[in-house]
Design a protein around this ligand. Structure first.
Ligand code: C2E
Ligand code: MG
Ligand code: MG
Ligand code: MG
Length: 284
């Protein structure tokens, strides 16, 4: 190692980076015991139908409250879980927990579409389809009633698109729905859309944020909706926070929306209280 490289290597270890490396290390250590210590909980965020204003489903979002680190956001721990493959057992637990909840809601007469985030690390496991089908069987969720959606991010779908297409077709044939999460952020060719068995596009929050102020963002969202509809897909807008965004999205034909305007992700019991509410641009 040359003098110069040694110098730059030395400079790499700034206190700030040390702190970050330490934090990541702590998260990893704590994450290894999080399942057995029952530190996870699944919250549910409503998905609102733009035409009726009613809640037609929800997205399961993982929450982690650690004994020493406190509440850690998914943005911090999910990447660590993915790098360490801990996402495989953790993701399986989320799926199991969400399906158990979906089954209870179904028994209460609530017919909700349940969306669960699936990491590429889970998807690439040879046993993944069996794991999903076993969970559905054990929890009594009927995949044929098409009530379970798997959300996969655009960038993750793009790695090995051929293999993924085959796998997803297999799951779709058994009644599961597929949704592309954070759509528009993957910088990918659109031609893959016709090869993948996709039911729904979730437009990333970054395009929704300025939709009422930015002509460009509005044009992009309009184009995504037109594209999706012409391919027989539904569109969900992520991160709807204002009435104005709601109205604008409704006017351009967006099918459904999620966001703080309606509700953040909440405990199952609180989600039940939201159910039956009608969200219209005037009332909400
Ligand atoms: P995502 O799947 O795109 O989920 C949407 C994120 O946007 C959630 O953040 C949600 O709380 C947030 N959100 C919803 N409405 C609004 C809004 O109106 N404004 C703003 N600013 N944000 C809003 P969260 O829960 O922190 O999750 C972040 C990401 O972590 C998720 O993005 C997903 O990629 C990942 N994640 C969460 N739970 C799981 C899980 O069980 N498995 C996997 N593999 N990933 C998960
Ligand atoms: Mg998602
Ligand atoms: Mg998203
Ligand atoms: Mg996201």
């Amino acid at each position: 190692i040359s003098q110069r490289e040694a110098g730059s290597t030395y400079r790499f270890y700034t206190p700030e980076i040390n702190t970050r490396a330490l934090e990541r290390f702590e998260i990893e250590q704590e994450l290894r015991h999080a399942l057995e210590r029952n530190e996870f909980i699944v919250h549910y965020q409503p998905v609102v139908d733009m035409n009726t204003g009613t809640i037609t489903g929800c997205e399961a979002l993982l929450r982690w409250n650690n004994q020493t680190l406190g509440a850690v956001s998914p943005g911090r721990f999910i990447p660590v879980a993915e790098e360490t493959d801990l996402i495989v057992p953790i993701g399986e637990w989320v799926l199991q927990t969400a399906c158990e909840q979906g089954r209870r809601w179904h028994e209460q007469g609530l017919n909700l579409r349940l969306a669960v985030n699936i990491s590429a690390k889970q998807l690439r496991r040879a046993e993944f389809p069996d794991t999903v089908l076993t969970i559905l069987r054990n929890t009594g969720v009927d995949p044929a009633s098409s009530s379970l959606t798997m959300e996969i991010t655009e960038s993750e779908l793009m790695e090995d698109a051929e293999g993924t297409a085959k796998l997803l077709k297999n799951l779709q044939a058994r009644g599961l729905s597929i949704s592309i999460d954070d759509f528009g952020t993957g910088y990918s060719s659109l031609s893959y859309l016709k090869r993948l068995p996709v039911d729904t596009l979730k437009i990333d929050i970054s395009f929704i944020r300025d939709i009422t102020r930015s002509h460009d963002d509005a044009a992009i969202v309009k184009a995504i909706i037109a594209l999706a509809h012409s391919l027989d897909m539904k569109v969900v807008a992520e991160g709807v926070e204002t009435r104005e965004q709601f109205t604008a999205l409704r006017a351009i034909g967006c099918d459904a929306a999620q966001g703080f305007l309606f509700s953040p992700a909440v405990l199952a019991a609180d989600f039940e209280k939201l159910n039956g509410r009608c969200f219209t641009p005037q009332l909400s």
